[in-house]
Design a protein around this ligand. Structure first.
Ligand SMILES: C[S@@+](CC[C@H](N)C(=O)[O-])C[C@H]1O[C@@H](n2cnc3c(N)ncnc32)[C@H](O)[C@@H]1O
Length: 320
């Protein structure tokens, strides 16, 4: 069952059952100190404004605004520590936590994750390099995000190496065979990927201020979870994680405290024909981790010897 929960993740996470998710991926607010805003505009003919098609003048009018507050006085202790602690609790034994941050938070988050998960549970520091947007002239442009990945248990996490989308070799001609060159390589921990292009359908259909590319989230979901597993995003925004999880045959739980985000997710899931529930009653009881469930079933079945059991339980008369 897919779940959509509106509320503060610090409270909502506490209601989720322990060890019930194989992947928790969250792109938390970066504490930029600003309100993240995205206006949708339309252009109307006007006697003043900017020149457009055929030299006519157009005025831009804001028709809707989506925003969320991205500032907190006590971000690390008041927000990040409690959610990271809960994220670890709800992770299954074969689970992975991927925390999406940027240069403002990365160093704080890395220390906190080392402390909470243990250094031996560090899996990756992924760099998403997008090279887009404004740039100042006082330093090299800061054009990457950081995704810090930790496993619940040292080396105990799911990692579907063979299923990861491949990328072209930088020097295909140096590869031993043509087939190898054509097959491409598994990406390293530096992912070169564009932001969601402003004129793309992915963007136009959703329009959330800090919407992340489906391609990026798909790669994370593919690598760190199996079909049928449950995936959680506790700062879900426009629900990119939910869409990726659904496409890849996983179930999802999306949490966000913002009404606009909730409405954006509802519309996005409805368009994609994704079924979801908004009631979180009995969440404790309902969430089952399929990977662990089947592992337990398998263990029980291995212990059973059907022939012996029949002989023990029933007094079968000998054939005559
Ligand atoms: C960076 S955005 C996530 C964007 C998302 N990855 C996407 O692709 O659309 C962070 C989200 O966290 C939400 N948020 C901020 N504080 C929260 C809190 N305390 N509890 C739940 N959600 C919160 C914001 O409303 C925002 O939608």
């Amino acid at each position: 069952m897919n779940l959509l929960i509106q509320g503060d993740c610090r409270e909502e996470l506490k209601k989720l059952k322990s060890e019930s998710f194989v992947l928790v991926y969250s792109d938390v607010p970066f504490n930029t100190g600003k309100k993240q805003v995205l206006n949708s505009c339309s252009s109307v003919p006007s006697s003043e404004g900017t020149a457009g098609f055929g030299g006519k003048l157009y005025k831009h009018e804001v028709i809707s605004t989506k925003s969320y507050d991205d500032s907190s006085d006590n971000f690390i202790e008041g927000f990040l520590r409690p959610v990271v602690t809960e994220a670890r609790r709800v992770l299954a034994k074969n689970g992975t936590f991927a925390l999406h941050v940027d240069w403002r938070l990365c160093h704080h988050a890395r220390l906190l994750l080392d402390e909470t998960f243990g250094e031996d549970c560090f899996v990756n520091h992924l760099i998403w390099s997008y090279n887009y947007g404004g740039r100042g002239k006082r330093c090299f442009p800061r054009k990457h995000d950081d995704i810090l990945v930790y496993s619940k248990e040292p080396d105990g996490h799911v990692f579907n190496y063979e299923d990861i989308d491949r990328i072209p070799y930088k020097a295909p001609s140096l590869q031993k065979t043509k087939e190898r060159a054509e097959r491409g390589q598994i990406p390293t921990d530096v992912w070169e990927m564009t932001i969601v292009p402003t004129n793309s359908k992915e963007r136009k259909d959703v329009r959330w201020p800090t919407q992340k590319p489906l391609k990026l989230v798909r790669r994370i979901v593919t690598a760190f979870s199996n079909k049928g597993d449950r995936v959680l995003d506790f700062c879900a925004g426009s629900g990119t994680t939910g869409v990726a999880a659904h496409e890849l045959g996983r179930e999802f739980t999306m949490i966000d405290n913002n009404q606009d985000a909730m409405q954006t997710m509802r519309e996005r899931f409805d368009v994609a024909n994704v079924q979801y529930d908004e009631s979180c009653e009995d969440v404790e009881e309902e969430i089952v981790n399929p990977t662990e469930y089947w592992a337990k079933m398998q263990e029980l079945m291995n212990k059973m010897s059907p022939v012996k059991e029949i002989e023990d339980d029933f007094d079968i008369p000998p054939f005559v």
